[in-house]
Design a protein around this ligand. Structure first.
Ligand code: FAD
Length: 378
């Protein structure tokens, strides 16, 4: 007799594994269908902000590569805004390691994970969803689309209103020992790179993740911008792995995030910050919210889709939309004007040596303006 799972999850990224773990921990039968075998590379800068909750941050400690306490924002000559956090602002990791760990946690909670099976066909009806993956058929009471920005489920359902941007990056391995030291414990955002986006440098154990994010964008333009960023940082002689590129999709409202027995989470739902491209915390939060909505639905017989859509609107979209508004102001002014403001005596007096309380990472710290990012001052 065919097994009917309470939940079938398409995709074992952070959204899918978080959903599978929460659902399995609540006693539901869960099947995860993942097209790749793990560990696998997922294009990402691997920065984890405190948008990820503290218990999970403690669990993923083994895959943390660096703890960032200083964020530098380079507006161009003469103006680098430096946030010296009161503690860890961002943790860095690589997705091969993070995603394998999150999938293991889901399996330990009782989820069945099948790797190397791509979800190809989906047929929903009133009672559930039939799924074809890797030539086999599976049946679930609910299907959670956690298959990312280019996944089958996300594309088939509710992707009409998503705005798209793009990101490209390389892994840069030092050409001599000690060359990573100036980058340890700090990340750099380079706002000179483009008008609607930014460049970044994130430190990892043995390399730097250097990339460019922008909206809207073409692959070729991002590639050129990445090349000039590497040159301006003096990294052209390092061993370069990549580039790796991937689209970023973002939504503004919760319409189409779920319908019938199908719920979309993480990138498949477009739950990404449209200004920074950050998506892992939203993927984890939406995965859990989907699992909890399904649990509530099975207990009450209220449909899961509206329960989940309400949680997305209430708990996830406000943060995304607040950042969108702040970012729109920066984009409207452009890097040149923002840089001029940052360089101005008034701005220096306003932020110079200022202590900040809280902030998005929940840390205190100090914001100062310097002439150049730390690694260019060596
Ligand atoms: C270059 C770049 C840099 C980024 N940097 C950051 C960052 O520093 N911090 C941050 O928070 N966010 C970052 N993001 C965003 C972040 O990567 C995503 O928001 C996050 O990966 C979303 O997780 P997810 O689980 O929804 O999707 P994904 O991580 O994309 O996982 C989807 C999974 O589904 C699988 N899959 C796809 N199709 C199918 C199918 N048909 N059947 C079965 N399985 C399928 C895939 O193999 C994959 O394992 C970045 C994005 C890009 C492109």
């Amino acid at each position: 007799m065919e097994t009917i799972y309470d939940v079938i999850v398409a995709g074992a990224g952070p959204a899918g594994s978080s959903c599978a773990r929460a659902a399995a921990a609540s006693g539901l039968s869960v099947l995860v269908l993942e097209k790749d075998t793990f560990p696998r590379l997922k294009p990402c800068a691997g920065g984890l902000t405190s948008g990820v909750d503290p218990e999970l941050l403690a669990e993923i400690e083994p895959v943390v590569h660096d703890r960032v306490t200083v964020v530098e924002v380079d507006f161009g000559p003469g103006s680098t805004l430096v946030w010296e956090g009161g503690g860890t602002i961002v943790r860095t990791t690589i997705r091969e390691e993070l995603d394998a760990l999150l999938a293991e946690l889901a399996a330990s909670a009782g989820a069945r994970i099948e790797y190397g099976l791509r979800v190809e066909l989906i047929e929903p009806d009133n009672e559930g969803v039939s799924v074809v993956a890797g030539g086999s058929s599976w049946r679930g009471r609910h299907l959670v689309g956690a298959d990312g920005v280019e996944g089958t489920v996300g594309r088939r359902w509710g992707r009409a209103r998503l705005a798209c941007g793009g990101a490209i990056y390389v892994r840069a391995y030092p050409d001599a020992s000690g060359r990573l030291e100036p980058y340890r414990g700090r990340i750099l955002f380079d706002l000179r790179t483009r008008r609607r986006g930014y460049g970044w440098v994130f430190p990892k154990r043995d390399h730097l993740n250097v990339g460019v994010y922008g909206r809207p964008s073409t692959g070729r333009r991002l590639k050129d911008e990445l090349r000039s960023l590497l040159e301006s940082l003096g990294l052209s002689s390092w061993r370069i792995d990549g580039p790796f590129a991937f689209p970023v999709a973002a939504r503004t409202d919760a319409r189409d995030v779920a319908s019938g027995r199908i719920l979309l989470v993480g990138d498949a739902a477009g739950l990404t910050d449209p200004i920074t491209g950050e998506g892992i915390p939203h993927a984890i939060a939406s995965g859990r919210a989907a699992a909890e909505s399904i649990v509530a639905s099975l207990e009450s017989s209220d449909p899961a889709a509206p329960l989940y859509a309400r949680r997305v609107a209430r708990e996830i979209l406000p943060r995304i939309n607040a950042l969108r508004r702040a970012g729109s102001l920066y984009y409207a002014l452009g890097p040149r004007v923002t840089g001029t403001i940052a360089r101005s005596r008034i701005a220096r007096r306003l932020v110079g040596g200022r202590r900040v309380n809280g902030g998005s990472a929940g840390n205190g710290g100090r914001v100062v303006v310097r002439d150049a990012p730390s690694h260019r001052r060596q």
